[in-house]
Each structure stands twice: as C-alpha cells, then as structure tokens.
Design a protein around this ligand. Sequence first.
Ligand code: NAP
Length: 257
Amino acid sequence: MLKSLQGKTAIVTGGSRGIGRGIARRFGEAGLNVLVVSRSAADADRVAAEIGPHAEGFAADVSRPEDCDAMAAAAVARFGGIDVLCANAGIFPAAKLGEMTAADFDHVMATNLRSLFLSVSAVLPAMTEAGGGRIVLTSSITGPVTGYPGWSHYGASKAGQLGFMRTAAIELAPRRITVNAVLPGNIMTEGLDGIGGDYITKMEASIPMRRLGGVEDIANAALFFASEEAAYITGQSLVVDGGQILPESLGALEAMG
Ligand code: NAP
C-alpha cells in the first residue's frame, strides 16, 4: 500500500486517450489533482469530467514551448503547484527508410523528444519551489530495447528520451526531483485502432503472457514512480511488457507449448 498522494497535483500530457487517459484516471482515483493535456480541448475536458472535480482539461501542443509554459501556468493557477509531470504524449506514424521524409522525422522528434525537454523545463520552477517533484516519462521498448520496421524515427525518439532522462536525473537530484521512465510493450489503446487485427494477433503470439497490456498496467507503474516510496529511485526505466522482450527466438516461444 503506497502512502497517500491525496491533494498532490499531476500534469498528464497526452491524457485524453490511451495510456495517458489510463494514467490520468488512475492518478485521479489515487486522490491527485490532474491537469489532462492534449491538443484537443474537447477530448481533454471529457477525460477531466470522467475523473471528477479535481481534474481539468487543458489544450496544448507539447512540441511548442509557449504551450508547455501555459500548461504549467494553468496547473499552478488551478491547483497551486505541480508535484508530478507525466510526459506521455507521443505519436507513432510508420514510414520505412527510403519513404520517410525529413519532415516526418522532425515531426516525430518534436512531438516525442523535444516535448520532453520543453515540458520538463516548464514545470521546473514550480517543482523547485515545492522542494521536490516527480517526472515520469512514457518511453517504449521500441528504440531502447527493440526495433520495428517503419519506426526508426520513433525508436530514435524513445531511446533519446532515456538519454535525456539520465542527465536530467543527475541535474535535478539536488532539487529532490526524480526522473524515471516506463517502457510499455504493446498496450491496447485507441492509438493501435488503425493498425489491424493481424498485427495484434501476431503480437499476442510473441508475448509470453499471450496478451497485449492494458493501460492500467502502465498507469500502475507510473503511480509507483510518482509515489513517496520511490523517492530514492531516479534515472531508471521499468519495462512493462508481459515478457515480450525476453524470448531469444521464435523457438523459445514455441518451446512453451
Ligand atoms: P494514443 O492513444 O494515440 O494517445 C496519444 C495522446 O497524445 C493523445 O491524448 C493525443 O491527443 C496526445 N498528443 C499527441 N500529440 C500531441 C501533442 N503534440 N501535444 C499534446 N498532446 C499530444 O497513444 P498511446 O498509445 O496511448 O501512447 C501514449 C504514449 O505511450 C506515447 O508516448 C507512445 O509512444 C507510448 N507507447 C505506447 C505504446 C502502445 O502500445 N500503445 C507502446 C509503447 C509506448 P491529441 O491528438 O488531441 O493531441
């Protein structure tokens, strides 16, 4: 049982759908105030309404510095401070090498990696003033651990997040701000809606637990990193993937029977 986070404030970027929505709802259940952030104000507001009166939606594009500053200012104005940043917003369009344009690459980097620097920079003054804080980022197994055709830019952005994290964790440790990452495997979200049943069936077959993860699996890991109990953990990553990265070959899975 974790110590109560009642009354603390979290910003969850990409909180309007999928994993971010799962994190926002879990944090809301745990008693935190939640600023739910996405580019769509209507979607962010809808999730905030699901959570209840201690949640609010906010429209921001996290690849833009002015939006990140406005997001942090909104959390301080509404809830009086910022204790937790879940830097979760991300995109995963597929493009293979030879087809991928420089603009495709830049767009993924701006949304997934530049946004991390911008959102962390935006919350720093409030966390410093509060005497501490928690930054939890949503990376991926794709990039830091594995690869997948079409996702070279995505994988680079997700591995880059961990590079950023390690130095940020050192720099922010004296301020009692921790920076940690959750690395989801394949999680059933709206983001996978267009990807096709074939991808999902094949993916299930390659996961020792034989199922895709749920958003609550990632939300629980994020809540742990946000907790008082995780105060001495920083610069670390936690893979949450049902064992997906473990088999060394297809044979290892077939040998399970
Ligand atoms: P999703 O269902 O597509 O949701 C993405 C969220 O990010 C939405 O709320 C979206 O809202 C928001 N968003 C996108 N671009 C944004 C921007 N520029 N500024 C602000 N918000 C933005 O995605 P998901 O599957 O939950 O993925 C969430 C995170 O988990 C991503 O970082 C992804 O890389 C990571 N992840 C997912 C999986 C998986 O299996 N699903 C696996 C590994 C890692 P708007 O479109 O309204 O802005």
